[in-house]
Design a protein around this ligand. Structure first.
Ligand SMILES: Cc1cc2nc3c(=O)[nH]c(=O)nc-3n(C[C@H](O)[C@H](O)[C@H](O)COP(=O)(O)OP(=O)(O)OC[C@H]3O[C@@H](n4cnc5c(N)ncnc54)[C@H](O)[C@@H]3O)c2cc1C
Length: 395
């Protein structure tokens, strides 16, 4: 439908009718169908912005993948169909046009899709998430597995279940690494299979970047109870078939190497000033991407947002909140009101998170000082999962 619109525009040229139509109807494009993309579309609809305007939803994979539960696929507590749902029906119900294609480049007022098609817009919200970062470590991308899709997580669990692996190296002891390690060990224990899991990180402790020492200590304790080993304080310099090599030459062997050592931006081309380190979209306090003419917003994992010394963390709740704010700011502009700055809730200065370490263990982190053993995160994830299942399946 939007292609017809573009063609119609060129037919009409810059005549009176064409100008009037364009002045009256704004085209708003949302990129991505993760937490931030779904929230942006939901908010556009709730604010009535798609009535009288044209809303287009472009996504590389027309599904919402509930990333926080991917580690629980490794241990078979959930199945792939429990954690991902197509968004076509939802788009149809909201009257939003869905375009199942990857955006490769964005510039002021237009974006290029993978088949070189150009999509023009008045406003856009780029919520294209993040991807694993390999930092140029030789072998990392080719020889390790990541846990960034339901298929990858499920296959990892399958290898354990079928007894095809007896050892695993997990590179990166952040949120994803510690959760995957715990779920893998829990599964092996439940099945009575031998599995040696070693966490490797250039930092000294798990979850160290959060700056909550109690959380790091509790997480390490729980992982050790489950039988995990640690090789900390040295970066990985190479991944080879059967393990990793550390900076001091130590080799840590594993039948499989899981890479969870960090994230980079979604890989969408943009002018230099639009991109922060790692390829994330650099946004101002209103979530407008710099260098893109002021009408492109970014939300969720795709953005780099800093407020003073504090950086917004790449978490589901931040994705939802930033997407809402971006759409509310677009609504404000269309309605002649002023935009509001984004106020992140979960930041490097105020970390708040639940870490699930197998089905019966976990850690709740509240700020820099407080951390408890708690399984609250399991309840929360299940509650949220059901609400997305209902929303997207239309139940
Ligand atoms: C294993 C794992 C566990 C996690 N656990 C937790 C947790 O316990 N708690 C928590 O709060 N957070 C957790 N997170 C982080 C959380 O899931 C993310 O912060 C959240 O998913 C970000 O949402 P998003 O919409 O910005 O990005 P995503 O969910 O990554 O969605 C990005 C969307 O953009 C689409 N896309 C990508 N590139 C393009 C393109 N070029 N063109 C068009 N579409 C594109 C994708 O198909 C996808 O639909 C976890 C993440 C992982 C990977």
């Amino acid at each position: 439908m939007w292609l017809h619109g573009v063609v119609a525009f060129f037919w009409l040229g810059v005549g009176y009718l064409g100008s009037w139509v364009l002045a009256a109807v704004a085209r708003i494009v949302v990129v991505g169908s993760g937490f931030a993309g779904v929230e942006a579309v939901r908010r556009l609809h709730r604010l009535g912005l798609c009535d009288g305007n044209e809303c287009i939803w472009v996504t590389a994979n027309s599904k919402l993948v509930f990333l926080p539960l991917l580690p629980a696929l490794v241990s078979r507590r959930y199945r792939p169909e429990d954690v991902e749902w197509g968004v076509e029906g939802y788009a149809r119900r909201l009257g939003v046009e869905l375009v199942a294609r990857r955006v490769v480049a964005v510039e002021p007022g237009r974006m290029r899709l993978e088949d070189s098609e150009v999509l023009e817009f008045d406003y856009a919200v780029v919520a294209a998430g993040a991807r694993p970062a390999f930092y140029g470590v030789p072998g990392a991308e080719e020889l390790s597995v990541t846990v960034y899709s339901a298929g990858e997580a499920w296959r990892l669990g399958e290898m354990i279940e079928q007894g095809r692996i007896r050892s695993m190296v997990v590179v990166g002891a952040g949120f994803v690494g510690v959760e995957v390690a715990a779920e893998a060990l829990w599964l092996a224990r439940r099945l009575g299979r031998e599995l040696r899991v070693t966490l490797v990180d250039m930092l000294e402790e798990p979850l160290q970047l959060l700056g909550n020492r109690k959380a790091s200590k509790l997480t390490r304790e729980i992982l050790e109870e489950l039988g995990a080993g640690f090789e900390m304080g040295r970066p990985v310099t190479r991944v080879y078939e059967g393990g990793v090599e550390l900076k001091d030459g130590t080799r840590v062997e594993g039948d499989v190497v899981v890479w969870s050592a960090g994230l980079r931006g979604p890989g969408i081309e943009a002018p230099r000033e639009a991109l922060a380190r790692g390829g994330f979209f650099q946004v101002d306090e209103y979530l407008r991407v710099q260098g893109l003419g002021g009408r492109v917003y970014a939300a969720g994992d795709a953005m780099a947002f800093r407020r003073g010394d504090c950086v917004s963390l790449k978490m589901a709740r931040e994705a939802l909140r930033s997407a809402s704010r971006a759409v509310e700011n677009i609504a404000a502009r269309l309605r002649g009101r002023s935009e509001q700055p984004y106020k992140p809730l979960i930041t490097s200065c105020r970390p708040m998170a639940g870490v699930g370490l197998g089905p019966d263990r976990g850690v709740l982190i509240l700020g820099k000082k407080l951390a408890f053993r708690s399984t609250l995160v399991h309840w929360y994830h299940e509650k949220l999962r059901r609400s997305y299942e209902r929303l997207l399946r239309g139940g």
